[in-house]
Write a protein that binds this ligand. Structure first.
Ligand code: P6P
Length: 336
């Protein structure tokens, strides 16, 4: 069984940047995710990290204690490995500059955007939650200070993206543009082993994931697509599966074959999911796994970001399912 480190060294020619810096990037991600794994797996036994932190984050959401723990774990871990020069986190209004040691300036040129713990409202009901991360090269000169433009890059410029799902097991899934690979943590030795090489969407999916509680204010096109999923024809009705945790819903859909939809709704007129640290990394994984990711009209990875925490409608899954969805939007919303 390959460990993550062995896999990276074996496939080092796939990564156009230094293997050493990639190993340090992953070392940071592994360190923080193991710390979070440990806490997630004992939530409920201690009051320490369960429930709300009492803080409302930049998103106007009630921050969970474990959100804050996860945010700090990744910041400290990236600082200690001296490979990242800047971080944007769902839990922080502005981006965070990490001043690397002068001798390492050429190495710590990576920009990380992260949702430290997505789906955290599910923590105390034992539903899978996850970390989502997206990595770019800085655009500004290493002699200058970082600017917001280092973070507002199109998703097509990502060099690495992935998630860690804290579920029945803890799995790190990532892509560097050469396929999607999953590594499962063996907690007894603290090593991530290759468990899901070359993940690909099944060509024919039969799962649809959307919060139908918002049905009343979906557009006509979305309402008709949901009815299409439910009618008895061909390989339908599809199975409805939605756990309210993007990483959990996406991981299942990528492996079993299904479409995930979070459109704009009355309470989220621009969609709920964040473009930079939720949709872009999941879209990169989607395309690398042979799928398609759009906002209902345009490719997610082509969207030029304008704000750090901007939201977007988000649809991802097998190409034929997402294309069918887009047809319903195009053919029905004109008339709505
Ligand atoms: P709703 C979690 O808060 C999250 O950002 C995603 O993980 C999840 O898919 C979505 O929101 C759930 O939102 O409105 O259906 O509860």
């Amino acid at each position: 069984m390959y460990s993550l480190g062995e896999f990276i060294i074996k496939n080092r020619d796939h990564f156009p940047y230094s293997t050493e810096s990639l190993l340090r990037l992953f070392s940071s991600i592994k360190l923080a995710s193991k710390a979070i794994h440990k806490e997630v797996n004992k939530v409920g036994l201690t009051e320490e990290l369960i429930g709300s932190s009492g803080v409302t984050n930049i998103q106007g959401e009630n921050q969970q204690k474990l959100d804050n723990f996860a945010h700090k774990a990744f910041i400290e871990s990236f600082k200690s490995r001296n490979v990242v020069c800047g971080i944007a986190s769902e839990e922080s209004k502005d981006f965070i500059i990490i001043n690397g040691k002068k001798e390492n300036l050429t190495q710590n040129q990576y920009i990380v955007l992260i949702d430290p713990l997505d789906g955290s409202s599910n923590i105390d009901v034992n539903v899978s939650i996850g970390t989502i991360f997206s990595v770019y090269l800085r655009k500004s000169s290493i002699k200058m200070n970082l600017t917001i433009n280092d973070f507002l890059q199109k998703g097509s410029q990502q060099i690495l993206a992935g998630y860690i799902i804290y579920g029945s097991s803890t799995i790190l899934v990532f892509t560097i543009g050469k396929g999607v690979h999953g590594f499962t943590l063996d907690p007894s030795v603290g090593i991530f082993y290759l468990s899901h090489p070359n993940i690909f969407f099944p060509e024919i999916g039969n799962i649809y994931s959307i919060n139908e509680g918002n049905y009343a204010n979906f557009s006509n096109g979305i309402k008709k697509f949901i009815k299409y999923c439910q009618e008895k024809k061909e390989n339908r009705p599809y199975t409805a599966r939605y756990i309210g945790s993007l990483v959990g819903d996406f991981h299942r859909n990528m492996i079993k074959g299904g479409i995930y939809i979070y459109p704009k709704t009355y309470s989220s007129p621009n969609g709920k999911l964040r473009l930079l640290y939720e949709c872009n990394p999941i879209a990169f994984l989607t395309e690398q796994a042979g799928g398609k990711a759009s906002d209902g009209k345009q490719r997610i990875l082509d969207i030029k970001p304008t704000q750090l925490h901007q939201r977007t409608p988000f649809i991802c899954g097998p190409i034929n399912m997402v294309t069918k969805f887009e047809e319903f939007i195009m053919n029905n919303n004109k008339s709505s």
